[in-house]
Ligand binder design. Sequence first.
Ligand SMILES: CC(C)(COP(=O)(O)OP(=O)(O)OC[C@H]1O[C@@H](n2cnc3c(N)ncnc32)[C@H](O)[C@@H]1OP(=O)(O)O)[C@@H](O)C(=O)NCCC(=O)NCCS
Length: 180
Amino acid sequence: MTAEPLEHFLDRHEQLTAPFPASLPLVLRRVHESDLPELQRLDAEVFQEVAYPGFLLRQLYDMYAEHFLVLDDGTGRLRGYVLAGTTALGRDSWILGLGVTHDRRRNGLGRELMTAVLDRLRRAGIEQVRLTVEPTNRAAILLYRSLGFDPEEPDGGLRPDYFGPGMHRRILRLDLTRGR
Ligand SMILES: CC(C)(COP(=O)(O)OP(=O)(O)OC[C@H]1O[C@@H](n2cnc3c(N)ncnc32)[C@H](O)[C@@H]1OP(=O)(O)O)[C@@H](O)C(=O)NCCC(=O)NCCS
């Protein structure tokens, strides 16, 4: 990965060409309005029946573009994204989306996306970040746990029917003030 922390590049140039271990160099950058159709395609590819409807992605972009990062492969295709939503008055935030296309998984990209957005949240003065994850989503849970997320008690973070009947979720939380 880059010798210099990712966020230093993002600060100076708003984008970074990183030597990701894939056939094409991917650019990690903030989302642009013109990305929205491709972002919707990517979200549908990764999340299928639980993908965001296009109108909601549009409004999430309107509200949270600061914390909306994509992986651009340079051919017009996006290969991953992460989105964090922040509260207006508090110092709270939620990861609202994280996905990498199948063909690019297990290359450290999910971790790069998360690390980049967590750095941005920290620098914006956000104090905690939470997320929901399917209790059976081992890959995502291992990634989040390795980044320092812990279950939000009670019940080890398990929230039955959180998104409706049968749609259980686990809530994980990271204290962003640790180590400040
Ligand atoms: C979760 C997801 C974003 C991970 O992206 P990725 O680029 O493959 O992840 P990384 O290569 O950065 O892996 C980071 C860590 O995640 C864990 N991990 C990722 N994929 C894993 C798998 N298939 N099995 C076990 N652990 C896995 C490992 O701890 C890994 O660290 P390691 O490589 O040191 O072992 C990706 O699998 C994805 O898009 N899944 C579908 C969408 C989704 O579930 N999003 C999260 C919703 S809460």
